[in-house]
Design a protein around this ligand. Sequence first.
Ligand code: HPA
Length: 285
Amino acid sequence: MTYEKAAEAAEFIKSKYSGEVRTAIVLGSGLGAFADELTDAIKIPYEQIPGFARSTVEGHAGQLVLGKIGDVAVAVQQGRFHYYEGYDMEQVMLPVRAFGLLGVTNLILTNAAGSLNSDMQPGSLMLISDHLNCMGTNPLRGPNDSRFGARFPDMTTVYDREFQEFAETAAHDIAHERFEKGLDETMVDFLNRGIYCGLSGPTYETPAEIRMYRQLGADAVGMSTVPEAIAARHMGLRVLGISCITNLAAGMSGETINHEEVMDTGARVAEVFKELLRRIVAEMI
Ligand code: HPA
C-alpha cells in the first residue's frame, strides 16, 4: 500500500507541475522563507496531495512549492512531518518517497538543531557529515518493498561527499564576498561539519542526555531529518543535510530552550541560508 500511496502522490504532483524536477528541498523550522525565492511557482497545500498528512507545527507552512531557482526546477517542502507529531514513520517518509518516484535524484534536508559544541554558535550552519539514529526505531522497520530498495540498505555514505564539497565551496565564497563587502566579519566560519543526532522529541533534552549524546559523538541534536535521509538512501537518492544551529543544547548556556528562539534564529540566518541553497542547487545537476 505504501508504494501505491507514494506513486499516487507523485502522479498528483506531476499533474500540477510539468517541470522536470531533479532536486527536492525540505525546509526546517524557521527556514521556510527559501520557498519565496522560487520563480513561476505553484503552491500545493499538503491536504490536497493524496496520502500527505498535515503539518501541525508552528513555523511549518504545510505546502509543497514547485518552481525554479535560476534554470533549475525544484520541489520545496515548506514544512515537514515529524515523528513527534504522532505520525508513523510511513507518513514521515512519504514525501521523500513521492519525490523519488517523481524522478528526483537530489535531496536537500534542512532542519533547526541544538549545538553540543560551543565552537558552533547559534546563527551558524552545520553541514551534516553523518548521523546517529537515536529516534528509538528505524523508519524502514516492517515488510520491505523492493521497488523502493533493498531489505538491508547500506548506510556507509548517507550524505553525499560531492554535495558536501559544493556546500563548503559555496559557503566559503559567500563568507569571502560578505567579508569583502564589509557586511559581516563574524561570518567567516559559518558552515561547520558535524554529526547530527536525530531524536524523537517532542521534549528538548536534559543536560545529562546532552552529555551522553556528546560522548556518543553528536555535534548537534534535532527531531527530524534522519527518517527522511534513510528513506532517500533506501531509494538511492543523493542527500545533502544542513542544520541551522538555533541554540546551544540543554545545560550549555544556563538558558532554557523554546520554540520561539528556534524560529527567531532561523529568521536571522535566512539571508545567508537562502544564498547558500541557491548556489548549491545550481551545482546539483
Ligand atoms: N534539541 C532538539 N531539537 C532541537 C533543538 C534542541 O536543542 N533546537 C532545535 N531543534
